[in-house]
Ligand binder design. Structure first.
Ligand code: HEM
Length: 127
């Protein structure tokens, strides 16, 4: 992974740059504001998460699916999240590194959306 620019330092930069954009985003920002009061532990957890994915360090052993099912996120939120993620990855990892990270993010986002669809009880139509 170092050959495509992915190492601990660049993952740290990716996470901090990406969530810096998320915090300022008018649609995603409020969702994170409601869930996160102290950003530093979340950022460290996300560095561990991406380190586990890209560098196989096994530092993240959480269960992210239930967290995302509870947040009430919708398909347009995922599109926006992925838009910011693609933009950030392409800025920081030109070439294969970005393609690898974006591919992983897209697959995980798809599986979260399937989990959300499966576990969300449809709202009853208004009588
Ligand atoms: C619209 C899309 C998304 C939103 C709004 C969102 C929001 C959040 C929020 C608010 C948390 C913190 C929850 C808490 O601590 O109470 C969180 C945690 C997390 N998110 Fe997302 N997320 C999104 C997509 C993704 C995607 C695509 C990934 C993976 C590529 C991801 C990976 C994670 C992980 C690993 C955690 C930590 C879960 C844990 O506590 O172990 N998220 N997310």
């Amino acid at each position: 992974m170092a050959s495509v620019g992915i190492d601990e330092a660049s993952i740290d930069t990716l996470v901090r740059t990406f969530y810096g954009k998320v915090m300022k985003d008018e649609v995603l920002g409020p969702i994170f504001d409601r869930a996160i009061t102290d950003w530093e532990p979340h950022l460290r957890k996300m560095v561990d998460f991406w380190s586990s994915i890209a560098l196989l360090t096994q530092r993240y052993d959480g269960r992210p699916m239930p967290v995302h099912i509870q947040l009430g996120i919708e398909p347009q939120h995922f599109e926006r999240w992925l838009g910011l993620f693609r933009e950030t990855a392409n800025e920081l990892f030109p070439g294969e590194g970005a393609a690898f990270l974006i591919g992983k993010a897209e697959n995980i986002a798809r599986s979260f959306q399937m989990g959300i669809q499966f576990f969300t009880v449809p709202k009853k139509p208004a009588a």
